[in-house]
Structure formats: structure tokens, C-alpha cells
Design a protein around this ligand. Structure first.
Ligand code: DX5
Ligand code: ZN
Length: 213
């Protein structure tokens, strides 16, 4: 299982140290939640802060856009050379075009699905993406309760991926802990995002990442 801690639960007063700590603690990606206050009822960080995150990180960035104007934000973050940029299917009229654009910028495209969106909605995009992010909470905040129907969605997505693009990864984001990660793995999930479990762990981020692994 690949682990992508979400810096949304980090201490923003000590952001560089908190980014270094997860990289040194054995994470695989640094998950960056970008919220615009329109698509979701919360506002986070822009390119100035993400540039500082990129400078501190020794692991690749996984940028999760939760915004209304996806193309604008892709252009804004592309110069930081993240590994992945994902956008929400619910907020994009031309997802196929945007996937091509992200790839043409040298970034691996990913698509995110809210808790209500069935995997079948993106069956004919699977050939063109490198990862699908299934939300297991409503996007907007860290520390929410895991929505367990994501397990069935992951299983259904896995079957579609095997048919259309076996190299495509499945990522799950929201409410992931050492208690539900095994169920996620059994459902075919490759990457988990974990915010509060990693950053609020009483024994520190390294122990938290090891517990998830
Ligand atoms: C929610 C974000 C998540 C969030 C996860 O909109 O996409 O990445 O930080 O936090 P936890 O792991 O605490 O649910
Ligand atoms: Zn996220």
C-alpha cells in the first residue's frame, strides 16, 4: 500500500518541518488539498504555499483539486511539477480534454469521485488516466468519518480498471486509519490518503505511517 499523508492536518506554522517529517517517515507521496471556497465550503492554499511545500518535500506531490475552475488551477500548479493532479469529475464539463492537457504538461492525470459518484461514470476515461481517487468523506475537511460504501465502489472500479487499464491506480481519501486500511487493500486500493491519522498520531508521523504500511 502506498501512503500519501495529507498536509491539511499539518501545523501550518511549521509546514516545512511537517512536510520533511512525513518524507523522512517513509511516505510515498505528499497529498496537497487545494480548495477554492466555491466547490467546497473551505479554502486552503495556493501556488505560493505549495511552492514552499515542494521545496521541503523529498517525495512527489499529489495535488487534489477541489475547485470550480479546474483548467485555471492546473495552469497555476503545473510549474511545480507534481507527480499527479486530480480534479473532481462532478465539476468538469470536458474531463477528457483536461486529462489530455494535464498529461501534455508532463503530469500524471487523475480523476476524483465524490462519495455519491459511481465508478461507471468514468469508465471511458480510464484508458487515459493514471489514477482514480475515490472520496470516502465529503471533500472540504480533515478528520471526518469514513464512509464505508467506498469499499464497494473500489471493488467495482477495480473490475473496470482490469478491463480498461490495469496500470491505473486506485486511491482512497478520507477517514483512513490503521483499522480500515486492510479492508481497503482487500477491495483493490493501491494508495491511501491519511491526514488526521498521520499528523495527530500520539507517537508521531513516522509511527503512524509504519502502522498504515
Ligand atoms: C478532504 C481532503 C482529505 C483530508 C483527509 O477534503 O481531501 O485529503 O485531508 O483527512 P483525514 O484523513 O483526516 O480524513
Ligand atoms: Zn484530499
Amino acid at each position: 500500500m502506498l501512503i500519501a499523508p495529507s498536509i491539511l492536518s499539518a501545523d501550518f506554522g511549521n509546514l516545512a518541518q511537517d512536510v520533511k517529517a512525513i518524507c523522512e517517515g517513509g511516505c510515498d507521496f505528499v497529498h496537497v488539498d487545494v480548495m477554492d471556497g466555491h466547490f467546497v465550503p473551505n479554502l486552503t492554499i495556493g501556488p505560493v504555499v505549495v511552492e514552499a511545500v515542494a521545496k521541503a518535500a523529498t517525495k512527489p506531490l499529489d495535488i487534489h483539486l477541489m475547485v470550480e475552475n479546474n483548467t485555471f488551477f492546473v495552469d497555476l500548479f503545473a510549474p511545480l511539477k507534481p507527480e499527479f493532479i486530480s480534479f473532481h469529475i462532478e465539476e468538469e464539463k470536458h474531463p477528457h480534454r483536461l486529462v489530455q492537457k494535464i498529461r501534455s504538461l508532463g503530469i500524471r492525470p487523475a480523476i476524483t469521485l465524490n462519495p455519491h459518484t459511481p465508478p461507471e461514470a468514468i469508465e471511458f476515461l480510464l484508458e487515459d488516466v493514471d489514477m482514480v481517487l475515490l472520496m470516502s468523506v465529503n471533500p472540504g475537511f480533515g478528520g471526518q468519518k469514513f464512509i464505508s460504501s467506498v469499499l464497494e465502489r473500489a471493488q467495482r472500479l477495480k473490475a473496470l480498471i482490469e478491463k480498461r487499464n490495469p496500470n491505473c491506480l486506485i486511491e482512497v481519501d478520507g477517514g483512513v486509519t490503521d483499522k480500515n486500511i486492510r479492508l481497503l487493500e482487500e477491495a483493490g486500493v493501491d494508495v491511501v490518503v491519511a491526514g488526521s491519522f498521520v499528523y495527530k498520531h500520539p507517537e508521531g508521523v513516522k509511527t503512524a505511517i509504519a502502522a498504515l504500511k
